[in-house]
Design a protein around this ligand. Structure first.
Ligand SMILES: Nc1ncnc2c1ncn2[C@@H]1O[C@H](COP(=O)(O)OP(=O)(O)OP(=O)(O)O)[C@@H](O)[C@H]1O
Ligand SMILES: [Mg+2]
Length: 130
C-alpha cells in the first residue's frame, strides 16, 4: 500500500511545489512508482511537469466534483516516469459545490484509496492554505 505524503504549509512561496516535484522525480529515479497530486489551483506542479493545461479533459477538480473516475484523470509524465493528477484554474471554483457535501473532507482520500496499491508513494502538493 502506497505511502501518502502531503507537502503543506500555510505560508505561500516557501518551496512546497519545488519539494513535491523534485521528491516525485527523485523517488521515481530510485525505482519507486510515484503519483503526484496537484491540489493547488495555481497548478504550478502541473506546469513544472510539462503538462499543457489547455489540452486537459479532466483535472483534480473532477475528483472533488465527482465527475470523473480517478483513473481517467491520471496523466503519465514520461520524462521523469511519474504519474500526475493535474490541476487547473477550475479547482478554485469547487468550494461552493462542497459546502453541502456530507463527506467533503474525505473525497480526495477516498478516491486515492482506490489506486493506493498501485503506487509506492503518493505526493500531494497543497495550496498555501490550511
Ligand atoms: N530551496 C530553495 N532555494 C531557493 N529557492 C527556492 C528553493 N525552493 C524553492 N525556491 C524558489 O522559491 C519560489 C517558490 O517556490 P515554490 O513555488 O516551490 O513555493 P510554494 O510553497 O509551492 O508556493 P505556493 O504557496 O505559491 O504554492 C520559486 O521561485 C522557487 O524556485
Ligand atoms: Mg506551490
Amino acid at each position: 500500500m502506497g505511502k501518502i505524503l502531503s507537502i503543506s504549509n500555510q505560508k505561500g512561496g516557501v518551496g512546497k511545489t519545488t519539494t513535491s516535484v523534485n521528491l516525485a522525480s527523485s523517488l521515481s529515479y530510485l525505482g519507486k512508482k510515484v503519483l503526484l497530486v496537484d491540489v493547488d489551483h495555481q497548478a504550478n506542479a502541473t506546469t513544472y511537469m510539462g503538462i499543457n493545461r489547455a489540452n486537459l479533459i479532466y483535472t483534480v477538480a473532477d475528483i472533488f466534483n465527482e465527475t470523473a473516475d480517478i483513473r481517467d484523470i491520471i496523466k503519465r509524465v514520461e520524462s521523469v516516469n511519474v504519474d500526475i493528477i493535474p490541476a487547473r484554474y477550475e479547482l478554485g471554483n469547487i468550494e461552493n459545490n462542497l459546502i453541502s457535501h456530507d463527506n467533503k473532507d474525505f473525497i480526495l482520500s477516498n478516491a486515492l484509496e482506490d489506486i493506493r496499491d498501485e503506487y509506492d508513494f503518493i505526493l500531494i502538493d497543497c495550496p498555501p492554505s490550511l
